[in-house]
Write a protein that binds this ligand. Structure first.
Ligand code: UD1
Ligand code: MG
Length: 452
């Protein structure tokens, strides 16, 4: 659904000093995605596709991360009203609804955004809709001053509030929706005569009221949804809240998590039906899991596709480009990178498979290594369907093992093996009958060595 009558400005020009980081604050990740990416994803879900991000001077990394969403630079940052006005050209002539969101408030839901837009479009037609919440600790938040009917009269920043106002528990989450026909002129009237000396968007509420325009407030479903991340400790809290959501969604969609609290998902993890995930499993970005897959304890999986009914782990590592076929098995201490395993293939123990194609039903013995790197370039290994690779084999790429071939255990294979052949590449075995017993007799009867 495209909502062409709404635009959004995402503010991300603040310095983020409390993160103590070389990385701009909104690029710190939760669920494997930069915080600002979560905000943009929610806007996209809502159908708001006319979006601009306000960044600080020199924040090219933020611009690159949000591309193709356009950015405007606010330099210097003089407050949240000033920040929205940095996007004046972007908003010029737009008479739809305008959302203002913060790039460091990543847990906001699409439902809340939709609800705010609906309120703005209601017959009562407020000029501004503000999102409120009731935090345990109100210390740094703006207070929402309402009349007896619950209508919003003003937002007063903590620093500017008197004792009575500070006792108000209902606070400004920072997210607003405003009628685009009024927003720029309301912002133009904002001054900076306040404790922080900033041009604050919060002032538009009192200005709108003075013009006889109505302002409404809605309360966030829970306070977590609007938590702002300003420091690493809050980043960790936001990560935990997001993980709880992702775990709940996985279970609601038909996955069994044996110990939900120890499974770490990425924002984009896709699970099929009847997936069973053991304790201590970590998903990085770009993982798709088919139906009926089992992932046992202690696996790390990133950039991988796992087809139906495959079995992974325990203790397996799937790296980007791993494609695991139907019913294939990847066992303990196996690492797979940029490789495909065909249906029913098995790599059950202690192996590294990189830059390889493994055919259906092939069996890769314990301790097999594809030697894919010569210090300069990567090379590929091809293992045909039904091939059997004996334990402790080194496959020196580029190399092809034909379908149905057998490689003897302990081989170092540097030349292609034709289909159906046996290849053995190891030192010939020497057997000397009785040698061991003779050796022991010799040693027992030998003169002791002198100590000197
Ligand atoms: C703001 C609100 C406060 C609310 C709180 C909720 C104002 C004046 N105050 O306070 O009422 O309770 O959020 O978390 O809006 N930014 C810019 N340019 C600037 C200043 C800020 O882009 O010149 C961006 C920041 O990057 C950040 C957001 O705006 O994403 C909020 O700024 P911040 O300084 O954190 O506002 P708070 O003091 O938290
Ligand atoms: Mg803040």
């Amino acid at each position: 659904m495209s909502d062409s009558k709404a635009a959004a400005i995402v503010l991300a020009a603040g310095k983020g000093t409390r993160m103590k980081s070389a990385l701009p604050k909104t690029l710190h990740r939760i669920g494997g995605r930069p915080m600002i990416g979560h905000v943009l994803d929610r806007l996209a879900e809502t159908g708001v596709d006319r979006v601009a991000v306000v960044i600080g001077a020199g924040a090219e990394a933020v611009a690159a991360a949000v591309a193709p969403v356009p950015t405007v630079v606010q330099d210097p940052p003089l407050g949240t009203a000033h920040a929205v006005l940095a996007a004046r050209e972007f908003l010029a002539g737009f008479d739809g609804d305008v959302l203002v969101l913060f790039g460091d408030t990543p847990l906001l839901t699409a439902d809340t955004i939709r609800h705010m837009l609906e309120m703005l479009r209601s017959p009562a037609g407020p000029a501004v809709v503000v999102l409120g919440f009731r935090p345990d600790d109100t210390a740094e938040y703006g207070r929402l001053v309402t009349d007896a009917d619950g209508r919003l009269l003003a937002i007063v920043e903590h620093r500017d509030a008197d004792g009575d106002t500070r006792r108000i528990g209902f606070c400004n989450a920072g997210i607003m929706a405003a009628d685009g026909r009024h927003l720029l002129s309301l912002l133009d009237e904002v001054g900076n005569d306040n404790a922080k000396g900033e041009y604050s968007i919060t002032d538009i509420v009192a200005i709108a009221r003075s013009r006889g325009l109505d302002c409404a407030v809605t309360e966030a479903a829970d306070a977590d949804e609007v938590m702002g991340v300003n420091a690493r400790s809050e980043l960790a809290v936001a990560e935990r809240v997001l993980q709880q959501r992702l775990r709940a969604r996985a279970m609601a969609d038909g996955a069994t998590l044996i110990d939900p609290d120890s499974v770490w998902f990425c924002h984009d993890t896709r699970l099929g039906r009847d997936v069973v995930i053991g304790p201590q499993v970590v998903f990085g970005p770009g993982v798709t899991v088919g139906d009926g897959v089992t992932i046992e304890a202690f696996c790390h999986i990133e950039g991988a596709g796992i087809a139906d009914h495959a079995a992974i782990g325990p203790f397996a590592r799937l790296r980007p480009g791993a494609r695991i076929g139907d019913r294939a098995r990847v066992g303990n201490f196996v690492e797979i990178k940029a490789s495909s395993l065909g249906a029913d293939a098995k790599v059950n123990h202690l192996s590294y498979v990189g830059d390889s194609r493994v055919g259906a039903g092939a069996n890769i013995g314990a301790g097999t290594i594809t030697c894919n790197y010569d210090g300069f370039d990567k090379a590929e290994t091809e293992i045909g369907a039904g091939a059997f690779i004996g334990s402790n084999t080194a496959l020196v790429a580029p190399v092809t093992i034909g379908a149905g071939a057998i490689v003897g255990a302990g081989s170092a294979i540097a030349r292609d093996v034709p289909p159906g052949a046996l290849a053995v590449a190891r030192g010939a075995q020497t057997v000397k009958a009785g040698w061991a017993e003779d050796f022991r007799v010799r040693r027992r009867t030998a003169k002791p060595r002198s100590e000197s």
